[in-house]
Design a protein around this ligand. Structure first.
Ligand SMILES: *[C@@H]1O[C@H](CO)[C@@H](O)[C@H](O)[C@H]1NC(C)=O
Ligand SMILES: *[C@@H]1O[C@H](CO)[C@@H](O)[C@H](O)[C@H]1NC(C)=O
Length: 436
């Protein structure tokens, strides 16, 4: 076993399309000293050439001598077991970071169960079997926390939709693995450099379109009571790492005593018999759980204002009638709403200097992105118990500029600073036909 002087060996699973690249870059920085002895990243994507957007920084991390990327399908049990076998000459993995799970809410329930619960359970069982010192599971913000005030880890928050139900169920399945040195990090809506996934990125892209055509961006949802707390990807990385270090010194029993929370059942009892590894509804399950959001207390309104003002336009709201209609018939509005965004974004790509022929970024907002979300988490516990300090406490223009500059540099973002919007876009009729 590695002495405390030695740097750990770490295994990062999944999340290339979401947030694991940020952790890889933190642990093995392109410039500066590596925080780990050896790092392996495993996901289903190819990286040379990449079959998902990986940004400009990650390929440089992959070139480091102590980093290995392995393309594997983690739904296959033998692939998971092999992922845990260190390369020759290396000691066993000390930390495992689990970013796996189906992150697209539009997928069908069987796919979500297989890609989320089943994969995480395979990884959790393997990590327990091998007595991994710390297994940190990333939980995405698929919750409706209610809008009264930020919820701490003891609050009973409602999983949002099918995807939320099964992401939450995954936590119960992992909590039920007794010897697993599990820590759960439950995040807000993430943003940051090279992050093309998520509703904040959608909001930024669409705000840029309205800025380009010099029209207000309008929201379907009323300004009040819509917390949508944010978190920077570098804080996800920093907190995942901090959780691992914290757990490695404790072990599960002591960690449960210090930070254990009940993972409350939010599923239908009938599913227990047909989903492998799903604990009975009345089994009391405890696991160390930490919220991670920034200090900005972001809301739909604040995010709308920060993004639109960055691109030189304003954020407004549709009237009550449209809002009420959207509440019940959002699916019907999606295509109409997107016509303006997607058309505008495409024109920006064509007119950009230089023109952009390929980008992971889009002006399209799917039904999930357009839905009303209510996520307000209290971040006091991770600060107090683990001593985590946020690197990016506020969602600001400076943070947006950093993201856009990096996208411009890697050729993903249309530079339209000196381009006038074509008259047909600028003079689009009836502002009420457009929306964000
Ligand atoms: C992974 O393997 C499963 C079978 O376990 C298969 O259904 C799925 O298509 C594979 N995924 C990829 C990306 O190859
Ligand atoms: C989910 O996994 C089960 C068990 O491996 C398999 O039988 C089933 O076909 C999978 N379903 C989907 C939709 O991938």
């Amino acid at each position: 076993m590695a002495s405390s002087e030695q740097k750990p060996n770490v295994l990062i699973l999944g999340g290339l399309n979401t947030y694991s690249r940020a952790l890889a870059a933190l642990l093995v920085p392109v410039e500066g000293e590596s925080l780990v002895a050896h790092m392996r990243i495993v996901d289903k994507f190819a990286v040379v050439p990449p079959t998902t957007y990986i940004g400009a920084e990650f390929p440089k991390v992959l070139k480091k001598p102590n980093v290995e990327y392995v393309q594997r399908n983690l739904t296959i049990p033998s692939a998971v077991a092999q992922a845990f076998d260190p390369p020759e000459g290396q000691t066993a993995y000390d930390y495992v970071f689990d970013f796996t799970g189906e992150a697209r809410p539009s997928r069908t329930e069987p796919v979500i169960i297989n890609m989320t619960c089943a994969v995480a359970r395979l990884i959790g069982l393997e990590a327990a079997k091998r007595k991994i010192k710390a297994y940190v599971r990333l939980q995405l913000p698929f919750y409706d926390t209610g809008s009264k005030s930020p919820r701490n880890e003891k609050a009973d928050v409602e999983p949002e939709g099918t995807v939320g139900t099964w992401w939450h169920e995954t936590l119960r399945m992992l909590a039920a693995i007794e010897d697993l040195n599990l820590v759960i990090l439950r995040i807000g809506f993430a943003y940051g450099p090279y992050t093309d996934y998520g509703i904040i990125t959608s909001a930024i892209n669409v705000a840029s379109v309205y800025g380009f055509i010099k029209r207000p961006m309008k929201s379907l949802w009323k300004p009040g009571d819509n917390p949508t707390n944010t978190v920077h990807v570098e804080d996800i990385a920093g907190a995942m790492h901090a959780c691992a270090k914290w757990m490695a010194d404790l072990g599960r029993k002591e960690a449960d005593a210090l930070a254990g929370e009940q993972i409350i059942f939010h599923n239908s009892k009938s599913r227990v018999s047909d989903v492998e590894g799903m604990p009975p509804h009345d089994q009391k399950l405890i696991a160390p759980l930490f919220n991670l959001v920034d200090d900005a207390n972001s809301t739909l309104l604040s995010i709308g204002q920060v993004t639109t003002s960055f691109f030189g336009t304003t954020f407004q709201f549709f009237n009550q009638l449209k809002s009420a209609y959207a509440k019940f018939k959002l699916g019907e509005l999606v295509e109409d709403i997107n016509e303006a965004h997607v058309g505008g974004w495409t024109r920006m790509l064509i007119l950009a200097q230089p023109p952009i022929t390929s980008t992971p970024l889009t002006g399209y907002m799917d039904e999930y992105a357009l839905k009303r979300h209510v996520v307000a988490f209290d971040n006091a516990k991770i600060k107090k118990v683990i001593g985590y300090q946020l690197r990016h406490p506020e969602f600001t223009h400076a943070e947006l500029k950093d993201m856009i500059d990096k996208w411009k540099a890697d050729g993903s973002w249309p530079n339209v600073e000196n381009v006038a919007p074509p008259p047909d876009l600028n003079a689009a009729p009836d502002a009420d036909d457009t929306d964000a």
